[in-house]
Design a protein around this ligand. Structure first.
Ligand SMILES: Cc1cc2nc3c(=O)[nH]c(=O)nc-3n(C[C@H](O)[C@H](O)[C@H](O)COP(=O)(O)OP(=O)(O)OC[C@H]3O[C@@H](n4cnc5c(N)ncnc54)[C@H](O)[C@@H]3O)c2cc1C
Length: 401
């Protein structure tokens, strides 16, 4: 590991890779070192919850294709090494393998899953974030006699439940909320719940897990209502939090992630990108933190350019994105684009092949969510790059995809 570099990237996932790609294109002479605490080269996370149980998770197939070229270009990939602290003034980080001094740094340490204490000492309880998590979880559910409970009806839990249901495995999702994906409104919550129920997933909503008990027929979750749910294997899908603990003594502002300006600058010579970042997104005039792949990729690119510019003395660019996610469950692609505050009117747009909802703030279009309806979704997503109206989106729909 080099003790000195031009741009140091902390983290080894999509934001980090896109940053390295941007630097190698934008400023090829700039030296880049990427330090990750994972034992692997950067790989895609989305397939970890979606890959069919009768298929195999192949790490080499998941590894970002650009990694080989970046290595040839001279990017130094340091794995299995944790960055433990940051000295902003001294432009130095400490790692488990020694110190590194940098010209500019990009913090791309993403998020880590929430693992409540009540589950920590128990066997066969999993989170799903890293490759090893997926390998361990898939090994645990390989025995078809084992019951599986997913706690949390969000995307990770929903996707893994769908992966199980697809091969005919019984699975129960338990969620405290009465409406899964409730922040997208009642019609979306109902449709999401129906998608799971119609595909064989048992949904227990509006009930809290109060304990885990061993029963005669196997382990169960005890719920606040008194009900029990079979749970030989438990997947916790109750959310993530920014991996910023290691920055605590750095002097950076940490508040729901590392707080950056519109150029993703957190401090002099320090940029950040990805799930761990809170920044003002000028497209929506709002400060936000986004936990989705495309945003991490887009921020990685912007932070890469800005870190290289900091080294070469050029001005930074703003990072402006239209948040987007996709999720694949039970053969249905769910996609959202935009930014909603929760007080929008939800406009249902009936049409063949799925459902599509527009989020209206007065006449202004704030977002779009679709179950399938892919061609129409793509067009409306593109419109959202600029401020647009609900009427303009409806015109697209009436013309047809
Ligand atoms: C199973 C799964 C499925 C998903 N599916 C979708 C999907 O379908 N659609 C979608 O939009 N999004 C999806 N996501 C979310 C998407 O993968 C994330 O938004 C994206 O990975 C965020 O990238 P990131 O680079 O910001 O951080 P992360 O991917 O969280 O990576 C952070 C990296 O930093 C490393 N790190 C952390 N702390 C340190 C440290 N102190 N020192 C060194 N290294 C450190 C971590 O080990 C990791 O390599 C999914 C996520 C998961 C887990």
């Amino acid at each position: 590991m080099s003790a000195e570099t031009d741009v140091l990237i902390v983290g080894g996932s999509v934001a980090a890779v896109r940053a390295a790609e941007a630097i190698s294109r934008h400023a090829p002479a700039v030296r880049v070192t990427m330090v990750s605490d994972e034992p692997h080269l950067p790989y895609e996370r989305p397939p970890l919850s979606k890959t069919a149980l009768d298929g195999t998770l192949d790490l080499s197939a998941l590894t970002y294709p650009s990694v080989a070229g970046l290595r040839e270009h001279g990017v130094e990939f340091v794995t299995d090494t944790r960055v433990t602290s940051l000295d902003v003034e001294g432009r130095t980080v400490s790692t488990t393998a020694g110190d590194i001094t940098y010209g500019a740094a990009i913090l791309a340490t993403g998020c880590e899953p929430i693992f409540p204490p009540m589950f920590r000492q128990l066997p066969d309880v999993f989170v799903l974030r890293r490759f090893q998590d997926a390998v361990a979880l898939r090994a645990a559910v390989a025995d078809r006699r084992k019951s599986v409970a997913v706690i949390g009806a969000g995307f990770i839990g929903g996707e893994f439940a769908a992966t199980l249901a697809t091969v005919g495995r019984p699975v129960t999702i338990v969620d405290l909320a009465t409406k899964p994906l409730g922040r997208f409104g009642d019609p979306v919550a109902s449709e999401y719940a129906a998608l799971h129920r119609d595909s064989g997933v048992t949904l227990v909503l509006g009930d809290a897990v109060t304990g885990v008990e061993d029963a005669e027929a196997g382990r169960v979750l005890r719920l606040a209502s008194g009900a029990t749910v079979p749970a030989d294997v438990i997947l916790l899908g109750i959310g993530v939090r920014p991996s910023t603990g290691w920055m605590e003594n750095s002097g950076l502002t940490l508040d729901n992630g590392v707080v950056c300006d519109s150029t993703l600058r957190a401090a002099d010579g320090v940029y950040a990108a990805g799930d761990a970042v809170t920044w003002p997104n000028e497209r929506f005039g709002a400060t936000m933190r986004i936990e989705h792949w495309t945003n991490a990729a887009e921020q990685g690119r912007a932070a890469g350019i800005n870190a290289a510019n900091a080294v070469t003395g050029l001005a930074p660019i703003d990072c402006v994105t239209v948040p987007y996610f996709w999720s694949d469950q039970h053969g249905v692609r769910i996609q959202f684009s935009g930014f909603i505050r929760g007080d929008e009117e939800i406009v249902e747009c009936p049409g063949p092949g799925g459902s599509l909802y527009l989020y209206a703030g007065g006449d202004t279009l704030h977002g779009v969510l679709a179950f399938e309806r892919r061609a129409e979704f793509v067009k409306i997503r593109a419109m959202l790059r600029r401020e647009t109206t609900v009427g303009a989106a409806r015109d697209i729909l009436s013309v047809g995809a």
